[in-house]
Design a protein around this ligand. Structure first.
Ligand code: SF4
Length: 122
């Protein structure tokens, strides 16, 4: 499977500047784009469904990716257990802090440490 937005990787020849995409994401979310942030993907089945939906999207449909992945500009704080860790890109196993970048193959997007999505994993 070809990662949807792999062409945006800063290490490779880029078609679109990742910093431009970062600003676009921020603008969409700040403008109130209604993402599926409330439906967290905690089970293997739920994760698979979301990843499949992402892989079916047109590569350049950034807004649809944000909606399906449930992006937010702030960390998600689980309701229940006080020991639950805040879910942000900074604490996610897919986060590459050096670029910064989301390495989940179906996303492959520039992200900020304080953002979050429903595919967060530790
Ligand atoms: S998978 Fe992790 S790093 Fe990628 S956007 Fe979601 S929370 Fe951020």
């Amino acid at each position: 499977m070809v990662p949807a937005l792999a062409h945006l990787r800063p290490r490779e020849e880029t078609i679109i500047d990742p910093s431009t995409v970062l600003v676009q994401i921020e603008q969409h979310l700040a403008a109130g784009l209604a993402t599926d942030w409330a439906t967290r993907a905690y089970t293997d089945v739920a994760i698979h469904v979301v990843r499949e939906r992402l892989s079916q999207l047109p590569p350049n449909d950034l807004q649809a990716r944000l909606v399906v992945a449930g992006f937010t500009l702030a960390p998600f704080v689980p309701d229940g257990d006080a020991d639950d860790i805040e879910q942000s890109c900074a604490t996610c196993m897919y986060f590459d802090a050096h670029r910064p970048w989301c390495d989940l193959p179906e996303l492959m997007l520039p992200v900020r440490a304080e953002w979050s999505c429903i595919l967060w994993r530790i």
